[in-house]
Design a protein around this ligand. Structure first.
Ligand SMILES: Cc1cc2nc3c(=O)[nH]c(=O)nc-3n(C[C@H](O)[C@H](O)[C@H](O)COP(=O)(O)OP(=O)(O)OC[C@H]3O[C@@H](n4cnc5c(N)ncnc54)[C@H](O)[C@@H]3O)c2cc1C
Length: 454
């Protein structure tokens, strides 16, 4: 039997229902833009929090804790009286009856906004996921952090037992993908080892860990300028990160990674692999596309009109990473970045607010305003592109830090992030380097165990 959740406190009979699916950058900015709308807004997310994905790598390397980058959606919207938050996993849409389907629930809409984002893509090799976690959720970041920290512990463990051949694979970290995520993760692992763990591991030279960054294209940070890309590569190399360009990962196993460059293959023994190579559209995009008779593009995105509606339906909008929004006639599309999702969310929210108020929404189509791109490259260094301006180094990092603080969802997160960065900078230690799911204790190799006891 289906049920409607619409009897939440604050629900006002007779007002239009606006359902926003996804409480990420796009969904949150859309709901905020609806704050004065005379509507019942329901924000549905399968998680109870909104997540600042650009800083996930800092959670994964112990610099930040959860509260700095994630905030409960109920807390974020506690003071917005026209919103009810519903934690539910959406699995489909009945576009004829105008209902979002979430298990047994049917959530009726007058206006629907889909902002469900992307998922990690392994390009058809989903079996690699178990060995090479991506970074998309808090859970992913916990998993990556656990594996990185565990790898250093295991290296020490095998060293103690004299399994010297095993030390190197445990101290080898392969990061797949040379976009912003890969660059940031690779730099942060080296930084973790050199600045923070090296003084703590007294008998093992963890600073000499091998961090291998594998990128299929001919340069890092392909979405940024060649200047920034070169600056990032130079800085990473100065830390000792090994960069392999025009190199593809062709296999991932618990023992390591097989890479291919120019037709020749190489096996890299490595116990820790982090996947930052690709994303694909959330399945909800395909479900909605099918329901309205559209097709998604290769990346799983839906083509939207200038006003972000789809398939001539003025009640359905798609925003954020899931929306394919052309930029002029160039053939380029709005990139899958936070600022694109925020701008679309604001545009869609305002358009719906106008409709709800009986006004015609703006006739101006959505226009993406590119405010620039940033990526950190290790401790206190970042690269920045803003139009013709390219900055690298500490100044870039200051801008990076200011922008990230400004875009964190609320005051509490900002304070938590600033506190953690100051802590890391002054004391050279992370805020959370805890392994909460230790690997099962492993017996040493039999012969060596016998050898070491005699
Ligand atoms: C590791 C990483 C680093 C990044 N770094 C940067 C960066 O430096 N700069 C930048 O601009 N961008 C960066 N991005 C991209 C940026 O985070 C995205 O462009 C942005 O999050 C897209 O916003 P969105 O609202 O479309 O989707 P999201 O923010 O992904 O939100 C989607 C929401 O939908 C919810 N959801 C999904 N499926 C369902 C379902 N079935 N039912 C209910 N809810 C569902 C999810 O729980 C989530 O809350 C990064 C992304 C990642 C993963």
């Amino acid at each position: 039997m289906s049920a409607s959740p619409h009897r939440a406190p604050g629900y006002v009979e007779g007002r239009p229902d606006v359902v926003v699916v996804g409480g990420g950058f796009g969904g949150v900015s859309c709901v905020r833009a609806l704050r004065r709308a005379n509507a019942n807004v329901v924000l549905v997310d399968r998680m109870n929090h909104t997540l600042f994905q650009p800083l996930l790598y800092q959670l994964a390397t112990g610099v930040l804790d959860d509260s700095a980058i994630a905030s409960p959606l109920r807390q974020v919207f506690a003071r917005q009286s026209n919103v009810s938050v519903l934690r539910a996993s959406v699995d489909g849409f009945d576009v004829d009856r105008r209902c979002v389907l979430a298990g047994d629930l049917e959530i009726p809409w007058d206006h629907l906004v889909l902002a469900a984002g992307m998922k990690t893509s392994y390009f058809g090799n989903d079996q690699w996921e178990a060995m090479a976690p991506g970074l998309k959720t808090l859970d992913d970041a916990h998993r990556v952090r656990g594996r990185i920290l565990e790898a250093f512990e295991q290296a020490e463990y095998v060293r103690v037992w004299g399994e010297t051949d095993e030390v190197r694979p445990w101290l080898t970290f392969v990061v797949v993908g040379g976009g912003a995520t890969g660059v940031e993760v690779a730099g942060a692992i080296k930084q973790l080892a050199v600045d923070r763990l090296a003084p703590e591991f007294k008998d093992l030279d963890v600073a000499r860990c091998r961090v291998l960054l594998v990128e299929g294209g001919e340069r890092l940070l392909a979405a940024m300028s060649t200047k920034s890309s070169a600056a990032a590569a130079k800085t990473l190399r100065s830390y000792g990160v090994e960069i392999r360009l025009e190199t593809r990962v062709v296999d991932v196993s618990p023992e390591g990674v097989t890479i291919e460059q120019g037709g020749s293959r190489e096996f890299v023994p490595a116990r820790t692999v982090v996947w930052g190579a690709g994303v694909a559209g959330n399945a909800l995009g395909a479900h909605l596309a099918e329901a309205v008779g559209l097709e998604t593009d290769r990346g799983g995105r839906l083509e939207v009109s200038g006003d972000l509606t789809i398939a001539g339906r003025d009640d359905i909008r798609v925003i954020g990473d899931l929306a394919r929004v052309p930029i002029g006639e160039t053939g380029a599309t709005v990139p899958g970045v936070a600022q694109g999702a925020i701008q679309m969310g604001t545009y869609a929210g305002r358009a719906i607010a106008a409709r709800v108020a009986g006004r015609a929404p703006t006739k101006k189509p959505f226009r993406y305003f590119d405010k620039g791109s940033l990526a950190t490259v290790g401790r206190g260094k970042a690269v920045l592109d803003m139009g013709r301006l390219h900055i690298a180094g500490f100044l870039g990092w200051l801008v990076w830090a200011a922008v990230h603080i400004a875009f964190l969802v609320n005051f509490r997160s900002r304070i938590a992030a600033m506190g953690s960065w100051a802590f890391a900078y002054i004391f050279q230690t992370g805020v959370n380097e805890l392994i909460t799911k230790p690997a099962a204790p492993r017996a040493p190799l039999e012969s060596e165990s016998e050898g070491s006891s005699t």
